[in-house]
Design a protein around this ligand. Structure first.
Ligand code: ATP
Ligand code: PYR
Ligand code: K
Ligand code: MG
Length: 475
């Protein structure tokens, strides 16, 4: 199959607007690489059905799709309204209650029992990713009485944030454990944990999964200000990260989001961990056929800065134009990638603490970069067992595909989160790499007179030396 897709990977949240198999098919054809199931919404039956349909459509099209299960973490949410949306106006009084009631424009329930004890008069509370702001007047029994400072439209199950208030709950909750078990038993490829604050939150997910007999790819969602203080440790502990700008834009002053995004992205790139930029990327396409200039620019800038994946949330979950939104991301990505400079290998290594020890992996990357100064090869072929070698190459954003060849199905699935990586499963692994590379270059429709093949010792071939080979495709 010829590759025509952008190198940037596209993650789409599946919801009512996209759970029809025909829409899924169109989304895959438009460029979706990863389907995200948000376990904050829907029930197990609906998620189970979506997983089955995604696998069926992916098999039908012969296109690899990864499934990401997003675990809610300790996100507080409001309950439901009898009729919605409700309109809150500045100056209105509005009560949050821990009683299990059906809400109206005066009152709504919240999912956190200790809320009245956790807040004090004057505290600011944020609803629906901060669109609505409340000020606490008083906590009385089960109720928190508030004044609306910034009003707006409010719907059932929207999030509630209390920036800066320590709720004393760890990220991985009992509910997350149930969702994790369901997701793993249903064969998802990766899980993302919300509201991670330190490496121990990532470890909690890994331990729980291990107890269930699984070793999933774990993505840490960066959406708490506390996570930024321990970002290096979190990146080291996780397999990838998501810059979850919905909650992050409430928990951190919104004027700092751009700089936080750039800093976190660079750190993840240096560590060769894939990074997803998420939320409001094409927000206006929830209702409109075309994005705003600001949105189109935001997507392109994230790609130029080094994101591996761009993500759709409400646009694909509940919007009017899920397929068009995927197509728009793909078009913007193809256009931006043509202008992205290779991240200079030597420059990047300056940012990594090598402690005076240059690893062979680094020298190989420098060798590959040197080739690009003279000639553009058809592709960089990387045999890889865990995927780490492929990611360590692809982080430099070479202008050609990194074709990752692995005998492991899970490795191929996990590489769908990495920009510029085209995973191919081979079982058994090729014997004659010269012939194999030539055949793949032709099959994938790649162009060039040479190809690069990197090698490293693996568990299967521990005797192999690290190396870079330049293969002449003309003979
Ligand atoms: N499985 C689903 N079923 C119904 N609605 C969904 C589903 N998934 C997403 N949605 C809708 O799409 C919206 C946007 O999705 P998104 O994943 O960004 O959720 P969110 O509520 O903002 O929370 P989070 O911070 O967990 O991402 C949701 O608020 C919800 O209204
Ligand atoms: C995706 C997500 O959780 C957020 O943006 O907050
Ligand atoms: K979630
Ligand atoms: Mg969030």
């Amino acid at each position: 199959m010829k590759i025509s897709s952008p190198k940037t990977k596209i993650v789409c949240t599946i919801g009512p607007a996209s759970e029809n198999p025909d829409v899924m098919k169109q989304m895959i054809e438009a460029g979706m690489n990863v389907a995200r199931l948000n376990f904050s919404h829907g029930d197990f039956a609906s998620h189970g059905k979506v997983i089955g349909n995604l696998r069926a459509v992916s098999a039908l099209l012969g296109r690899r799709i990864a499934i990401l299960a997003d675990l809610s973490g300790p996100k507080m949410r409001i309950g439901t309204f009898a009729s919605e949306p409700i309109q809150l106006d500045t100056g209105d009084l509005f009560t949050l209650t821990t009683e299990d009631i059906v809400g109206d424009r005066n009152r709504v329930s919240v999912s956190f029992d200790r809320l009245p004890k956790s807040v004090r008069p004057g505290d600011m509370l944020f609803l629906n990713d901060g669109y609505i702001q409340l000020k606490v007047n008083e906590a009385r029994g089960n109720d928190v009485l508030c004044s609306v400072m910034v009003g707006g439209e409010l719907r059932s199950r929207k999030g509630l944030n209390l920036p800066g208030i320590d709720l004393g709950i760890s990220a991985f909750t009992e509910r997350d454990r149930e969702c994790l078990q369901f997701a793993l038993e249903n064969g998802v490829d990766a899980v993302s944990q919300s509201f991670v604050e330190g490496p121990e939150d990532v470890e909690a997910v890994r331990r729980a999964a291990a107890d269930m007999g699984y070793t999933p790819f774990v993505i840490a969602k960066i959406e708490r200000s506390g996570a930024l203080d321990r970002i290096e440790e979190i990146i080291a502990a996780a397999d990838g990260i998501m810059i979850a700008r919905g909650d992050l834009g409430v928990e951190v002053p919104i004027e700092q989001i751009a700089m936080v995004q750039k800093r976190v992205m660079l750190l993840a790139n240096m560590c060769a961990k894939p990074v997803i930029t998420a939320t409001q990327m094409l927000e206006s396409m929830t209702e409109n056929r075309r994005p705003t200039r600001a949105e189109a620019t935001d997507v392109a800038n994230a790609i130029l800065d080094g994101t591996d994946c761009v993500m759709l949330s409400g646009e694909s979950a509940m919007g009017r134009y899920p397929v068009e939104a995927v197509g728009m991301l793909a078009k913007i990505a193809l256009s931006a990638e043509a202008h992205r400079s290779m991240i200079a290998v030597k420059e990047m290594f300056k940012g990594i603490d090598l402690r005076g020890r240059v690893r062979l992996e680094h020298l190989i990357a420098i060798g590959v970069e040197a080739c690009f100064e003279f000639v553009t090869p058809a592709a960089v072929f990387v045999p890889t067992r865990s995927g780490a070698t492929a990611r360590s190459m692809a982080r430099f954003r070479f202008p050609v595909w990194t074709v990752a060849v692995s005998s492991e199905e899970s490795t191929c699935q996990e590489l769908l989160f990495s920009s510029g990586v085209y995973p191919v499963r081979e079982l058994p692994m090729p014997e004659n790499w010269n012939d194999y590379v030539k055949r793949q270059v032709a099959d994938l429709g790649l162009e060039g007179k040479i190809a690069i093949l990197t090698r490293g010792p693996s568990r299967e071939h521990s005797e192999t030396n690290h190396g870079v080979e330049i293969l002449d495709l003309t003979i």
